[in-house]
Design a protein around this ligand. Sequence first.
Ligand code: ZN
Length: 277
Amino acid sequence: MVSRRILLGALAGMAAPALAFAEGDGPAKPSVLTKKGRRTRSALSHQASDKAALDRAMASVKPMEAEPAHAPAAAHAPAQEVSPEEALGRLKHGNAIFARGGANLMLPTLARVAELSKGQKPFAVVIGCADSRTAPELIFDCNLGELFVVRVAGSTVGREGLGSIVYAVEHLGAPLIVVLGHTKCGAVGAAVDVAKKHSELHGALHEMVLPIIPAVLEADETHPADLQDAAIRRNVRDIAGRLKTADGVLAERIEEGRLKVVSACYDLATGVVSFDA
Ligand SMILES: [Zn+2]
C-alpha cells in the first residue's frame, strides 16, 4: 500500500518561480476588419454602374473573412474586467450551449488573431486533464484569448503548473481558477490500480500518478460504489483546496474577493460540466 503521506501537500508552501513571459498584458480590442470589408463591398455594389469599374474597385478591397454562423457575446467580447462570479457564469453558460449541441465551432477570424497578438486577457484559468476529449475551449464554448489552460493527465499541478497559474492571475488578471476533472479519467484509474492492486508503472508514468494517490486513498475511506469516479472528484477538490494556499498572490486575491477557485467535473458522455460551486 502506498503511503498516505506521498506528496500530500505537494503544492503547499511552494513559491512561484520568477516568470518572464513574452506575452503582453494589455487588453485586446475587438476586431473591425470584417465589418469594414462587408460595408465597403455593400456600398460598391449599389453605386458602381459599370462592371469594369466595379472589378477595379473590388480588386482594391481586402478579401472578406468568414464570420461565425453565430457568435456568442462571450466569444468575441472586448477584454474587460470581470468578477469571479461573472467569469464562472460565462463558463457555465458556455458549457450549457456546448452540452445542448449549439457550440460555436467557427475558428476566429484572422483579424481577431492579429488583435490578440497585442495582448491577452483571459477571464479564467482552467486546469484540466490532457485527455483529448476534454479541450476546455470547446466544452466551454470559448475561443482564442479567453482561457488560460494548464493541462496534465489527471489534472494535477506541479511546480511549473503552479507558476503558470500564478502568472495568469497576477499578470493577466484572471479572476477565476477552475480545476477540471472528467469521468473515466485514465490517469486516476491508473492511480487506483497502483494504490489498490499494487500495479507498477515505469518511470515518468509512475511520477504522473503519484500526486493522485492521496485522493484515491481519501476516496477509498468512504467505500464508494465506484472508487475511480469518487477519486476523480476527490482529486480535483483536493487540488482546488491546496491551490488556495499554495501561493501568496493567490491567497491574497481570494481574501480580497478578486479570485475564486472551484473544482468541476466534465462528463464525457453528456458533455455537461458539474461545478462544485
Ligand atoms: Zn483524464
